[in-house]
Design a binder for this molecule. Structure first.
Ligand SMILES: [Fe+2]
Length: 371
């Protein structure tokens, strides 16, 4: 998920955990909704002039409810720890076989191009940011309102892809790839990536390979009491939803020698009033920074705009009534100051970002192992 290799390290639950901490499924502001609609319409307009199959929910979604969805409390965390009381789902069928095959074709078409290919000590081969330009079907599949309704229902909060750039981060490992069992060392030899929390609130990991002869590949979770619990890995067309920003977890190795391709899409709450603990430390080194920074700034500014408009209305209402709500003003200011400081910390000068550079937690694991 980022479990699959993009995100290690990071510490959530920072500053404004107490400010707005209750999971809310209220609709977003009108502005945010309209902006999302504009972006989707822009995409649909470009779609009309392009070739390739269209994503049709009735044909390409094959949703089958997860057998169980673990709550945060069930695994020993407080229900208010994250942005939702939900922790992780069992694997569930999401897309039809045909849909996954189309997505695979898009992956193989783009694989030859270097523009979207990234490698790091964490993962030997990843494709990032190829949708929608080279993955219109994939892009459409993850932006479709029906897909989002499914993911949101499982997650217990209304979610949207965190940014378009994070749609379908692909982790590839193919037979004969010497680095199949990634060379990022861990304390645990069965793990691909050591214990970590993700950069983004929620993640949905879709398996795009046949897992018939695959052994392993589970996600291990560390419960609030320190116990380890394993959630089995998904099979082709199936997915797992995890609130990875707030749960210590690790991806365990898969054995079997065949190709293993997963698509990882990260999500955030749609409601701009829900706190945002997003960090970028694990994605900066494997990103085209103009795409990453501009898209993050766009959604952050849209959310801030919605909150400012809402506060402005409250203030004007107070003016008419000849009253003032000091607590509301203080809460608003506190939230905005901390939100802006948090974004500021994540927008690091390009010259200080080293492509493919190991995040510190991986490096420290390496040191421990060599000792
Ligand atoms: Fe992760």
């Amino acid at each position: 998920m980022a479990t699959e290799g993009i995100s290690i390290g990071g510490t959530p639950e920072r500053f404004y955990s107490n400010t707005i901490n209750t999971p809310v499924v209220n609709p977003s502001s009108k502005e945010t909704q309209e902006s999302l609609k504009r972006s989707f319409q822009k995409y649909l307009a470009s779609e009309q002039s392009s070739s390739g199959p269209l994503f049709i929910p009735s044909k390409h979604l094959a949703y089958d409810e997860p057998k169980h969805i673990y709550t945060m409390e069930e695994i020993g965390y407080s229900a208010n720890n994250g942005v939702s009381p939900i922790a992780v789902s069992e694997p569930f069928r999401l897309f039809s076989e045909e849909a996954v095959d189309i997505m695979r074709e898009e992956v193989f078409n783009v694989e030859a191009g270097e523009e979207y290919t990234y490698a790091s000590n964490i993962a030997p081969k990843q494709l990032r940011g190829y949708a929608p330009r080279h993955g219109k079907f994939t892009f459409n599949a993850w932006k479709d309102p029906e897909t989002l309704a499914i993911i949101s229902k499982i997650a217990g909060i209304e979610l949207v892809p965190v940014i378009d750039y994070e749609i379908a981060h692909i982790n590839l490992s193919v037979p004969g790839d010497k680095k199949e069992l990634l060379d990022c060392p861990n304390d645990d030899d069965d793990a691909i990536v050591g214990w970590h929390r993700d950069s983004y609130p929620f993640v949905c990991v879709l398996m795009m390979s046949d897992t018939t002869n695959m052994v392993g590949g589970e996600t291990a979770l560390k419960t609030g009491t320190g116990e380890i619990r394993k959630v089995r890995g998904p099979s082709k067309g199936c997915a797992v939803v995890l609130q990875g920003r707030y749960i210590d977890h690790q991806a365990l190795k898969a054995f079997g020698g065949q190709e293993r391709i997963t698509a990882v899409t990260s999500f955030r709450p749609k409601n701009p009033h829900v706190r945002d603990d997003t960090v970028l430390n694990t994605v900066r080194p494997i990103s085209n920074l103009p795409d990453l920074y501009n898209q993050v700034m766009e959604y952050q500014l849209e959310n801030a705009e919605a909150r400012v408009r809402s506060m402005l209305k409250e203030v004007r209402d107070s003016m008419k009534a000849g009253t003032t709500d000091v607590k509301a003003i203080k809460n608003f200011l506190d939230f905005e100051i901390k939100a802006l400081q948090a974004v500021d910390a994540e927008i690091v000068e390009e010259s200080n970002v080293i492509k493919g550079h190991l995040p510190p937690s991986c490096e420290s694991a390496k040191r421990r192992k060599s000792e």
